[in-house]
Design a protein around this ligand. Structure first.
Ligand SMILES: [Mn+2]
Length: 322
């Protein structure tokens, strides 16, 4: 246990949860440095969409909703702030009008996080965001496996005649050698499609695709086994499109699709990632402007804590070995 006092969340016994400036889970705001083990990052970018924008407000909304998150996981007992130095490193720089400039500035920010030796845990932003993140953190050593929770495969070649957007991210990632398709699993795919072969490209590359229909048929325990089998022991990145969840729980998103995961499904599947060789994670497509209840951000904040716990555990056990 290291429990560095510089990296402890604000103590609610002294400063009430409703008080003070919002940071992710009331962690301290630090710039990226070699002292940071896990960097909590906002990416307020949403010009990669062709329907409804609004995910640019995801980071600030999830920071606000995360005030209630405490410090110990109720099931695994993981206490991330005892194992790791966790900090809110602020938002990646973006240009709200120029997509390509944003891609470059986000990538550079994440390259800095990787260089400092920290694992990034991010709140987007639309689902274009994992592409510059992976460009920034995947080293020449080789591509990473992906666990993707999403209503959509995001493996189109183009959307609105553009190559870089929230519907092409995981295709570009494979083409650029950032993603190992054989160690990639997509769960929750559903909704009406552009064409009958929407998800075929990924499957042809070697992705394991579990539609929501298949998930329901096989059950959660079998899906968890598939995640474990596909990802194996290699480096693995987790990406959650909040539209993977049912809009009954998460209506605050650009492209809602009925009939999806419950928050409980997500909690149990994310907990199963404990012990995996995790290199980072994100939650994207939280667009709070479509959710007057604020529940979408509450769900995202809690899933962020789930991810923080498994990332902190992975990071701490790696440090213990080295
Ligand atoms: Mn997506």
């Amino acid at each position: 246990m290291k429990r560095d006092p510089r990296f402890q969340p604000v103590d609610a016994a002294i400063t009430p949860r409703f008080s003070g400036i919002s940071t992710f889970m009331r962690t301290q705001r630090h710039d990226v440095s070699p002292d940071v083990d896990i960097a909590l990052v906002g990416v307020p970018f949403d010009i990669g969409v062709n329907y409804r924008a609004g995910a640019r407000q995801g980071p600030s909304s999830v920071r606000e909703a995360s005030r209630l998150i405490r410090r110990v996981h109720p099931t695994s007992g993981i206490a991330p702030y005892d194992n790791c130095n966790v900090a809110d490193v602020g938002d990646a720089p973006v240009n709200p009008i120029d997509l390509m400039k944003s891609m470059a500035s986000i990538e550079a920010f994440y390259a800095g996080i990787a260089k400092a030796g920290a694992l990034p845990l991010s709140i987007g932003g639309d689902h274009t965001v994992p592409l510059p993140i992976l460009r920034g953190i995947v080293k020449k050593g080789g591509p990473v496996g992906i666990v993707q929770f999403d209503a959509h495969a995001d493996t189109l070649d183009t959307l609105a005649d553009t190559k870089i957007n929230h519907a092409t991210t995981f295709r570009r990632g494979v083409e650029e050698g950032l993603i190992d398709p054989k160690r990639t699993i997509q769960l929750g795919l559903r909704g009406s499609r552009f064409s009958s072969d929407d998800i075929k490209w990924g499957e042809d590359q070697g992705f394991t695709c579990i539609t929501f229909d298949q998930y329901e048929e096989m059950g959660r325990a079998a899906a968890i086994k598939e995640i474990a089998r596909v990802t194996g022991t290699g480096p693995t990145y987790v990406t959650i499109d909040i539209d993977g969840l049912d809009p009954a729980y998460c209506i605050g998103t650009g492209v809602p699709e009925i009939g999806g995961f419950s928050p409980r499904d997500m909690q149990v599947m994310l907990r199963s990632l404990q012990g995996k060789n995790l290199v980072g994670a994100d939650i994207c497509e939280v667009a709070p402007c479509y959710d007057p209840t604020g529940m979408t951000s509450v769900v995202a904040a809690n899933l962020m804590f789930e991810l923080l716990c498994v990332l902190a555990d992975a990071r701490a056990s790696r440090q213990a070995k080295s």
